[in-house]
Design a protein around this ligand. Structure first.
Ligand code: BEZ
Length: 251
């Protein structure tokens, strides 16, 4: 996960496990082969790293968060996990594939990440990634921004949510050939009556860097009430995720 955000690895595993659950079919798209060297970039607590290992690949997980790497080590002691920044990947041998699920939107320096991935891949190696695409969480973000601005604060948009066109161009500049790309809706159910509150507590912190703690609480409460009409259905909260999923080859 990104270095700018403080991560609670237990909350992540407890309430946000869907992040890894949804990644299972991305592992199928990766199609790991026995003996392939694969890097799981920003691996979180390691669930998908373990899935990749089950295919017989020689997988390494890296994450910028020490808390996530510690938890990943505890859960999967046979896998090699390291604390490492995605913009500064440093390995002695090259990978057949780089895999990343649900995190690249946290890193605003997207081109530096793509360059780092390119450097650690073998020629003809593949990157298989999924993360938030254009208009991801649009309703939630619109409300937070409205409420922050209404109280006279400024904010920096904390995520990189590109369209397919934008991301494909970036990858081509770096030297990749994009062989597959989709941008799709994934309305996602959150757990429990406090689902939206927990989601905002876990993920929205970077919006509030200039906001007092008291105003942050007021903004979050107001945002939750405003979203109830559109994102609370049949006693469950939902997030209006939109994902971008891309395979690109190092040429
Ligand atoms: C996502 O997985 O798309 C996401 C998660 C947290 C904040 C923003 C986006």
């Amino acid at each position: 996960m990104s270095s700018n955000q403080k991560w609670d690895a237990n909350l992540y595993d407890g309430k946000h496990r869907f992040v890894a659950n949804y990644g299972n079919d991305l592992v199928e798209l990766l199609n790991p082969k026995i003996g392939e060297k694969i890097l799981d970039l920003d691996c979180g607590t390691g669930d998908l790293t373990q899935k990749i290992a089950e295919f017989g690949a020689d997988v390494v997980g890296v994450d910028a968060s020490e808390a996530m790497v510690l938890k990943a080590h505890q859960k999967y002691p046979d896998i090699n996990f390291n604390v490492m920044d995605a913009t500064a990947l440093d390995f002695e041998t090259a990978f057949d594939a780089v895999f990343s699920n649900a995190v690249l939107h946290w890193i605003l320096e997207a081109e530096r990440v793509a360059q780092a991935i390119y450097r650690v891949l073998k020629p003809e190696g593949r990157m298989v990634v999924e993360f938030g695409g254009k208009d991801n969480c649009r309703q939630i973000n619109q409300r937070i921004i409205e409420n922050i601005e209404a109280r006279g604060y400024t904010y920096q948009f904390p995520w990189y949510f590109p369209s397919i066109g934008e991301y494909a161009q970036l990858l081509e500049r770096v030297g990749f050939e994009v062989s597959y790309a989709v941008h799709y809706d994934r309305f996602t159910k959150l757990e429990g009556e406090d689902g939206m509150k927990n989601w905002l507590a876990m993920f929205s912190g970077n919006f509030f860097k200039t906001v007092s703690a008291e105003d942050q609480q007021l903004i979050i409460n107001k945002t939750i009430e405003q979203l109830r009409d559109s994102l609370y259905r049949d006693q469950s909260w939902y997030v209006d995720y939109k994902r971008i999923r891309v395979v690109a080859i190092k040429r």
